[in-house]
Design a protein around this ligand. Structure first.
Ligand code: EPZ
Length: 441
């Protein structure tokens, strides 16, 4: 398995182009099932999760072609001309649980869908009960057989009113995609309002869907008989944006983030300003500047958008590890999203967990160490921590990183980080070898 080697201590300086949002690209790709015409997605991030979902869609009968090389120029065409095989098998869905997003569109398109239950993941049990309740509200008959969800309708889905008992991002996305082809009007209450959902609604509108209330917790959908294809550009990744802004913060550097918008991370930028960072909007995005002195301690609680994003919780914890004073970070969305804590502790962090709150006492500096990535966002928090330590850190199992961060080592390396990917099978003995990167000076 690939590793990432980092020798930190540099203040980052330069420009980073932000890629298209993983969590927007995935539902957008699934909308291709709702039309027989081609869907072209621009600014598609080249990520393992995107390719995994692409293979699920291909299995269902969607013709998929990728083109474009440079970041920001990637695009793909998804063409579900038919025939559609409305069955998503376990061995594909288990690789990437967001594949469960094919359920609503498949049911809307064919009146039948057999999709493997996605199962949990490292951060929690990840139930999908609300997805199923929403589809039942639209008239679907749902049965569970051998770990599969079987959803079917006799004469197509029928518009209804449904209130989400819990704010759920992919739950909102699944039901929205099902409702756009339902007969009559659907009113969805307590919807998630993440920017990725707004992006999905805008793409569906471009395909001919009739949706009102976009960006609010109440969506009113008037079903149409069919949708046409379109060309749509994926919105910038706000989690990547926040992550690289924090890289500037933890290294006391200054980085311009290009192809993104500070408005995508409202609560995060406020928290980072409270820690001593400053932000300046530019024509192409914004400049994130870390303080010349130590970061200040912070208190954050994760919450659905526009609250503090749970997907940035591990990252801001890395900053808190070297801040002046004691920080409190409370995780309210996932029951097991502190797996980065023991790994940060291996680097000398002083963190105590009480229930769903982490108490972080800032230390003067972190040590380098071999650490283990456990999930997508935990892995990048270890990278941030490594950037502030002048010693060498090896992050293992970086396949987690490859799921959500396009060309991470190139983006950070271009800003002065000493960071290298060690391909599988190459030998490297930390203790005896003069680090090749150190030798480079
Ligand atoms: C999406 O996951 C994101 N994934 C997650 O990002 C993100 O952490 C999460 O939203 C919260 O923002 C994608 O968009 C692909 P939820 P999702 O349904 O939709 C409970 C990353 O790192 N719930 O909004 O699966 C659930 O247990 C990933 O990119 C039910 O109880 O999350 C949780 O407590 C990790 N029943 C809460 O709702 C359901 O049927 C929010 O979950 C659905 C959800």
């Amino acid at each position: 398995m690939d590793k990432i080697k980092i020798i930190g201590g540099q203040s980052l300086s330069g420009k980073i182009r932000i890629s298209g949002a993983k969590n927007a690209a995935l539902p957008l790709m699934c909308t291709s099932l709702l039309t027989k015409e081609p869907l072209v997605l621009k600014n598609l991030p080249q990520l393992a999760d995107v390719f995994t979902l692409g293979s699920v869609l291909s299995h269902l009968g969607v013709k998929t072609t990728y083109e474009g090389q440079a970041i920001g120029e990637h695009q793909a065409t998804f063409h579900a001309q038919g025939p559609i095989l409305p069955e998503a098998p376990y061995d594909l869905v288990r690789k990437m649980r967001a594949s469960f997003l094919v359920l609503g569109p498949l049911l809307a398109r064919t009146g039948y869908a057999k999709v493997s239950l996605p199962g949990g993941c490292a951060i929690g049990s990840r139930p999908v009960d609300i997805h199923l309740k929403g589809l039942e509200a639209l008239g679907a008959k749902i049965t569970l057989e051998d770990g599969y969800v079987i959803a079917q309708t006799q004469n197509g889905l029928v518009g209804a009113e449904f209130s989400f008992p819990v704010v759920t991002v992919t739950g909102t996305e699944n039901i929205l995609m099902a409702a756009v082809l339902a007969q009559g009007t659907t009113r969805l209450l307590n919807c998630a309002v993440e920017p990725e959902i707004t992006d999905l609604a805008h793409c569906l509108q471009a395909m001919g869907a009739k949706i009102e209330g976009v960006g609010t917790p109440i969506l009113t959908i008037t079903g149409v008989s069919s949708l046409h294809g379109t060309t749509y550009s994926v919105l910038p990744d706000r989690i990547e944006t926040g992550t690289y802004a924090m890289a500037a913060g933890i290294t006391g550097g200054e980085v311009e983030l290009i192809g993104t918008d500070l408005a995508l991370i409202p609560t995060t930028s406020q928290a980072l300003e409270a820690m001593g960072m400053t932000f300046k909007k530019t024509a192409q995005g914004f400049i994130a500047t870390g303080p010349s002195h130590k970061l200040k301690a912070v208190e954050v609680t994760t919450d659905p958008y526009p609250g503090f994003a749970t997907d940035l919780q591990a990252q801001i914890m890395a900053l808190a590890c070297v801040a002046e004073g004691t920080s409190l970070i409370t995780e309210t969305i996932w029951e097991n999203r502190f797996m980065h804590v023991p790994e940060l502790a291996r680097m000398g962090a002083d963190i105590t967990i009480k229930g769903n709150t982490a108490i972080i006492k800032g230390v003067n500096s972190l040590k380098g160490a071999p650490v283990m990535a456990t999930d997508l966002r935990a892995s990048v928090s270890l990278v941030l921590a490594a950037l502030t330590s002048s010693e060498e850190t090896i992050v293992n199992r970086v396949y987690h990183l490859d799921r959500g961060y396009e060309e991470l080592e190139n983006k950070l390396g271009a800003c002065g980080a000493i960071i290298e990917r060690v391909r599988e099978g190459s030998t490297y003995d930390i203790s005896t070898t003069t680090h090749p990167l150190k030798a480079a000076g």
